[in-house]
Design a protein around this ligand. Structure first.
Ligand code: SF4
Ligand code: SF4
Length: 71
């Protein structure tokens, strides 16, 4: 199974991925204005990958969720 991995360290919270995600997996937190990733909502459609110019999202077949922020 493919999973999207979000690298919160590389993320600059530009929000470009949010507009590409129709599943609500990427969203902007209202309190902080920062981007957050909800791995449980992600369908691994990969649309957000080309939107990220910072290499903060990648697809893996591993079951690792390190780096994903829970909100
Ligand atoms: S892979 Fe698709 S569903 Fe998952 S965060 Fe990116 S755009 Fe959203
Ligand atoms: S497009 Fe990349 S850098 Fe911008 S908010 Fe999304 S993950 Fe972070």
């Amino acid at each position: 199974m493919q999973r999207l991995i979000w690298n919160s360290v590389r993320c600059v919270h530009c929000g470009a991925c949010v507009g590409q995600c129709s599943h609500g997996a990427f969203l902007v937190q209202s309190k902080t204005g920062e981007t957050a990733f909800r791995a449980n909502e992600c369908q691994a459609c990969k649309r957000c990958i080309p939107a990220c110019s910072y290499g903060a999202v990648e697809i893996t077949t591993e079951h690792t969720v390190d780096g994903n922020k829970s909100i």
